[in-house]
Design a protein around this ligand. Sequence first.
Ligand code: DON
Length: 302
Amino acid sequence: MNELLQTIENTVRPLIGSGKVADYIPALANVNPKQFGIVVYSNEGELFQAGQAKVDFSIQSISKVFSLTLAIKHYGEDMWQRVGREPSGHPFNSLVQLEYESGVPRNPFINAGALVVSDMNQSRFASPHYAMREYIRRLAGNPKLKSDKVVADSEFEFRSRNASMAYLMKAFGNFENDVEAVLHSYFDNCAMRMNCVDLAKAFSFLANKGYCHHSGEQVISAREAKQVNGLLATSGLYDEAGNFAYRVGLPGKSGVGGGIIAIVPNRFSVCVWSPELNKSGNSLAGIAALEALSDHIGWSIF
Ligand code: DON
């Protein structure tokens, strides 16, 4: 597997240069674009890697999966009163559907949906970001993980679009807490710094029927893990979810930091990272690498 990952790195590296690093905040725009890492973590606990597998990056929207599974644990089926389970077909930060769908976001992975989920976690925990940080540290088996304050502060400074979504949802009665407080928790979660090893390990429970073997914890039930994988397959890559299903065929979640996690149910979790993004805000070389991986192993969920 290490050799396969090395071959994949060699194959996709030439794509670096044809995408664009996220530049909506200066803290992300300064990342060296010429980086690539990939890690596979098997359900037997074996770790395979190539490239810059241990370089930390901003997990951004990948954090939405942690927020969702934390909320599922506490709210169960009730949470689906406040957020949908359908792909949006729109960019991750789009506002248009929110107005005509009465403040109920299409799914938990677009920004509006993740903000509602963050609002649920805000109601539940006294210190929502610290609860989330402890949860992520446990799942990754890395007690040192933390949020990048410069990134979080910069996101808060440029919060207008996310703030508009949250206030619109509040106007529709679908937001319980103080908007600015929830935005702080949401940005602190997005600004968590992790590497491919941390992320592949942290999401192993989704490949393993909800069970995280290195922490010995049933994170969510097997049924809930199946459901989360279903949502990742249909909405994890926003308006590119169809293309991702076509090319890769696995549940996945991207972030504008250039990371993507993908799940091969009952076999392994994988994290790939390369900072340059395509037009939908997903890692360009990352998608190509996952496509090569699923082609090579001859396996996808389809
Ligand atoms: O709220 C935002 O827009 C960012 N903090 C996260 C967006 C993101 O990662 C979208 N993913 N591709």
